[in-house]
Design a protein. Sequence first.
Length: 277
Amino acid sequence: MAKSFAVIGDPIDHSLSPNIHSAAFRELNLDSSYIGYRIPKGELEGGIEGLKKIKINGFNITIPHKIEMMKYLDKMDESCSIIGAVNTVVNNEGVLKGYNTDMDGFLEPIKKRNITIQNSKVLLLGAGGAARAIVAGIAKEKAASIDIANRTIEKANNLSEFARKLGLSAKVKKIESIDTTIEDYDIIINATSIGLKDEPSPISFEGINEKTVVYDIVYTPMNTDFIKKAKLKNAIIIYGYEMLLGQATRAFEIWHEMKAPYNAMKKSLLGGFWWQK
């Protein structure tokens, strides 16, 4: 029997999820479809009722609905309740169960490289939506400490408090002061939107080396200035598209209860970046 899936949000035109999941369906000969479904802010409840009526099997949630969607769930897994946001839903005959694949998606490329987070010193730039899932992942893997730098100190303080509740040693730093202590960190993560419009990296990377892990969650452009500057120092690079792919494969496995065809999904995703340097 045919299954249907969607991604909901606003805007939705830019979403790469339909291509990624459709490639997986083709690879495994699954009778399934996946579409982008625009639901404007303030219209989430009606949009969900519409999805239930067409008996959708599952859907992803993106901006601006990831937090509001929590109140429409009948059940949720632990990742949802810890992070306080949902990005993947299973519809079982009208019963909606929520998951958050952001944490697993973030950790996936780190694990693929056999990088150990345990006992490492982490610098996180940004304290927005994705940052909570990243902090949860860093705490789960038992890092030694995390320093959080953000333009809005209040947001950084809130995230730092969240990190401490998860048992992580956390401090707030000013972005301007980072360059003087950059060599102290084993892992540096950009969870801001800096780079989306090709803005210059917020930090210089003077003092890092080939053992430093540099992770940018911005996935378009693939080679942000943040990534380019880290490459000049021969750092270990993790691209934003890898987190996106990790999120998508985890959602696929939740919905279909089978291993996702990683390489087919990766090929489809990178096809959207062929024109980038």
